[in-house]
Write a new protein. Structure first.
Length: 301
């Protein structure tokens, strides 16, 4: 838990999962300190509360688009489950293993860093300044340049696919979240907090919130893309199909040869059989004639 800005503090470690074994924060959002709104811009916030993003320590926060809201007057429980995703590079996928667009202080490529750097570079190019949440050492944009920043970000959003293509990294860690809330304070705790912080009970109801973030369990879920067809499997299938078809072709060829042989044999037998029958008939005729002559000789005698 907890790595704030450029000040790297010792990381807090959860020894077990479940409610009460994570990060619990009580905050006073101090609505009285909110600036009045005269007109709406892309940076205008109409809600009362805070935004929270749970992200990997290897990527910068992109809280204005990926954060979720926590309202005052409630205790919000956030149950987290770590998920490690692995995508395939070309030619099976479109993930990006390395990238030049890296956020200062981070060694790995991430979509958040890519988007944030694109926005920062565009605002610097058009308006010669940066917004508060943008990295760098350039001057913060004054209120007079808010319109310039809005136009620059709107134009970037229209052409983001061409001017700022941010591919998915091949290795990504994200956290699934389940939120639940209960109303605070109770009547008894309101009186106690009122005495402790020297605030009225109405002020506590309108400004105090409790955020409880914890791991559901100390394990993680792995989601990995697999190749549907690798080179070895492809060659094996091709070899098997070729073997099947070649074997079938040879057998068919031999069967055709055997059929031709049987046909020729049958035709030759039919051609040779009449000659044998004629020889047999001639032998029978000569035998009959010989027998007839002998009988006639016997009668004459």
């Amino acid at each position: 838990f907890v790595k704030i800005g450029e000040k790297i503090r010792p990381l807090l470690t959860a020894l077990c999962g479940g409610m009460g074994n994570g990060l619990e924060i009580m905050l006073d959002i101090q609505q009285d300190e909110y600036l009045p709104i005269w007109r709406e811009t892309n940076e205008t916030s109409l809600e009362a509360g805070i935004r929270v993003q749970i992200h990997s320590q290897d990527e910068p926060p992109y809280i204005h688009q990926l954060g979720f809201g926590v309202s005052p007057g409630f205790q919000t429980f956030v149950s987290c489950q770590e998920q490690r995703l692995t995508y395939l590079p070309q030619p099976w996928g479109n993930c990006r293993s390395t990238g030049k667009e890296k956020f200062p202080g981070y060694d790995t490529y991430s979509i958040s860093a890519c988007r944030l750097l694109c926005e920062t570079n565009e605002v610097l190019r058009v308006c010669s300044c940066r917004m508060v949440h943008m990295p760098g050492t350039a001057d913060i944009c004054p209120p007079s340049k808010i319109n310039c920043v809005d136009k620059a970000l709107a134009q970037l959003q229209k052409n983001s696919g061409d001017t700022c293509p941010c591919e998915t990294p091949c290795n990504l860690t994200r956290y699934g979240k389940e939120l639940s809330m209960v109303k605070i304070p109770s009547k008894g705790s309101a009186r106690y907090l009122s005495r402790k912080y020297d605030k009225s009970e109405d002020y506590i109801r309108d400004n105090f919130l409790v955020l409880d973030i914890f791991f559901e369990a100390l394990n993680y879920e792995t989601i990995e893309q697999k190749k549907a067809y690798d080179v070895a499997g492809l060659l094996g299938d091709i070899g098997g199909q070729m073997g099947l078809f070649i074997g079938a072709s040879i057998l068919t060829f031999l069967e055709i040869l055997d059929y031709i042989y049987e046909v020729i044999k049958h035709r030759l037998q039919r051609l040779l059989r009449p000659q044998k029958d004629d020889k047999k008939n001639k032998q029978q005729t000569s035998t009959v004639a010989t027998v007839g002559l002998e009988e006639m000789k016997a009668k004459v005698q």
